[in-house]
Structure formats: C-alpha cells, structure tokens
Design a protein around this ligand. Structure first.
Ligand code: ZN
Length: 376
C-alpha cells in the first residue's frame, strides 16, 4: 500500500486550489505540520475551531484541511495562554497538521463558488470579478520514432484543454542530429559517432503554473539521457479566473421563491433579502462568504440578484438604491458546502494517485455560530 506523506497531500490540495490564485492578503496553504509525516486519515472542515481540532485528533486524523486559515496575522509568540496558541499547541501535541485553501479554493475552477453556483442551479457561469488570466506556454519536445505515444500520454494530464476538448497535441516528423560526447550514455548511437534519427516534434499547450510538473513528467517518460525540449511563452489569453460567479437560472423565478430555494439548498437556518419579492430573477451573481462589495460588479454584469453572506445595513440600502436584489444567505451556509466538495475531490484524487490507504472524513461537529430567535 502506497503511504502518503503530508507533502504528497499538500501537492494534491494545490491542484484542487492552486496557491497562485490566492488573494495577496490571504494566508492559504500549510498552517502547521511536518511535510515528511505519514498521513492516512484526513478531516475536512470550514474552520479550525477547538471543537473541530479535538474531533480530528479524537478521530486519529493526522491532517485537518480547512477553508479559513488557522493563522491569519503574523504572530510574535505561540503562547498557550491565547486561544490561537492553545489550538496550535493542541494540534502539535495531537500530531495534527493543518492546511487551509481559502481564496485559492474560492477562485479555483471547480472550487467553492462553482460548487455554490451548481447548488443554486446556475449554468453558463463566469467569474464575477476577474482576478487573473491564466498564462499559457507551448511545450515542444523532440521524441524518437516509436516513443511518441509514451511521452504524449505522460504529458496529457498536465496539458490544457481547448474549450471542451481534452488530449490536444500536435506532432510532425523530422530528422534530429547529435554526436554523443565522452561521458555520455546515449539511448541511440555511440560516443564520437554523429547520429541522424527520425524524430517527432510534439507540441502541447501548458499553463505556466503546470510547467514544472509537465517537464518532470516529460523527463521521466522520454527515453533520451538529454531530451531536447523548448518552452515558448504565449500571448494567447487563457481562461479567466476570479471571485464570485455569474450565471443563469434554468427557470426564472420570483425573488421570494428564489430566496426560499437558496435557504433550502444551503440548509440556512434563516435568510434575509432586499428587493421586491415578486420581481423575476433569472441572471444571478454570487460570492461565497462575504461578497457584498461585489454589488456594483454584479449590477454591471447584468445580474438581477447577488447571493452572498455578511451583508451590512448600508449594503442593503445600496442594493435598494441600485435596484438590484441582495440575498444574505449567511457566511457559514454559503461556505460550509466546501466540506463535502473538498472531501469528494480529495478522495477522487487520492485514489487516482494510488493512495488507497488514505481515508477522508467530513467534520460533523461544526455548527453555524449564529442562533436565530423569532418573536412569538
Ligand atoms: Zn469565509
């Protein structure tokens, strides 16, 4: 059975939530832990609260994956006399590492905002506020005849899709030349003899953050001692990534009905909204957690409604003035869906990487911190 190290799991989480996407003020990534430690039990939660950390340790987990970072501000001391210090001490004592994916996962393709859009029945989604455009490169490698499929297959997992097409590459034939020098151990030919070899020029599109992994796969699969490859930066625009999403409902609905659907789908204990209950909603913007600052962005993008959490009084007044509906579904309900989402992706990717002995659990002790009381 293949044993996963914390660094292996961190690598998998980085694929789900690429660290390069994180907002500059964020502290996503490894919060604490030993990258060389074995990990066979993982718990996923929204927050590393004391109850969650206790639950993870009691469940014999070696890793807790949370959305919100445990450590957000630089600390001058890790004293067990502070709430954060106590948590860090407890986690280290219990052999528990913590990784948080926060804004990387908010923004990631297939991340939290895509989960939220799917949960609310939106389709044709695009980022509400673009924070980055994927930078692309062309990876070109010269492969001897007969080894093309092997190298191409090794590179495909790291290559970009073209729209709805995966497995995109191009190969053309040609002649490669080389003379192995003293000290070389050539796959073809011998030292001191000029060689002419039938080769294929294989080209694939790779996103720049994926280049190191693609080159590593290329070097592992290529038969030559010194594979010849080139990396060209491209001016083509890659996919845009960003905060929130905007999409359309399959069936336009009155705002009151849509608000009720949001509450039901997110298991929200209560929900507030601003706008005419009878107004029809079909184009919807959303931002998990705290996204009322995207109100004008949502309006500019043509949304009739913004779904988010942490809405303040003046946000509500601004929505009234702008004539856009605003649904406050709550920070916790709009983000707690990440627990099942991240756990599912982790299980899939761990199985795909052959870590069959690694179990992933969804934390069951987290609760919405707000309680709601209604007058009789
Ligand atoms: Zn949040």
């Amino acid at each position: 059975m293949k044993i996963a190290k914390l660094s292996d799991i961190h690598g998998i989480i980085n694929k789900i939530a690429p660290p390069g996407l994180a907002e500059p003020w964020d502290n996503s990534g490894l919060q604490l832990g030993d990258p060389s430690a074995d990990v066979s039990r993982i718990m996923v939660a929204l927050d590393a609260t004391p109850a969650v950390v206790d639950s993870a340790i009691a469940s014999a987990c070696q890793l807790l994956v949370t959305h919100h970072p445990l450590i957000f501000k630089p600390q001058k001391t890790i004293s067990a006399a502070t709430p954060l210090g106590r948590l860090i001490h407890a986690a280290i004592r219990g052999g528990l590492a913590i990784i948080s994916s926060h804004t990387s996962y908010d923004i990631a393709d297939g991340g939290l905002n895509d989960l939220l859009a799917e949960r609310l029945g939106l389709s044709g989604c695009a980022p509400l506020q673009v924070t980055s455009r994927q930078e692309l490169a062309k990876l070109v490698v010269f492969v001897p005849e007969g080894h093309l499929d092997l190298v191409r297959t090794a590179l495909f997992p790291h290559a970009e899709q073209l729209g709805a097409y995966s497995g995109c590459s191009f190969a053309a034939g040609g002649e490669g030349t080389f003379t192995p020098l003293a000290g070389a151990a050539p796959f073809i030919g011998s030292v001191g003899t000029p060689e002419r070899v039938e080769e294929r020029r294989l080209e694939l599109l790779v996103s720049r953050p994926n280049l190191p992994r693609a080159v590593k796969a290329l070097l592992a699969a290529h038969p030559y001692e010194e594979p010849a490859f080139d990396i060209y930066p491209l001016l083509n625009e890659g996919a845009s990534l960003g905060l929130g999403r905007i999409g359309r409902l399959a069936h336009p609905a009155p705002l009151a009905d849509f608000a009720a659907l949001v509450a039901e789908r997110l298991h929200a204990p209560g929900l507030r909204y601003v706008g005419d209950p009878a107004a029809e909603v079909s184009k919807v913007a959303l931002c998990s957690g705290s996204g009322a600052s995207l109100l004008r962005e949502a309006l500019r993008a043509g949304a009739e409604c913004l779904v988010t959490g942490d809405v303040k009084y003046h946000d509500a007044r601004e929505a009234e003035d702008l004539g856009i509906a605003l649904i406050d579904a709550g920070h916790f309900p709009s983000e707690h869906i990440m627990v099942a989402g991240v756990a599912g992706r982790l299980r899939e990717m761990l199985a795909g990487a052959g870590y069959t002995g690694c179990e992933v659990f969804e934390c069951r002790v987290e609760r919405e911190p707000f309680r709601y009381c209604r007058p009789e």
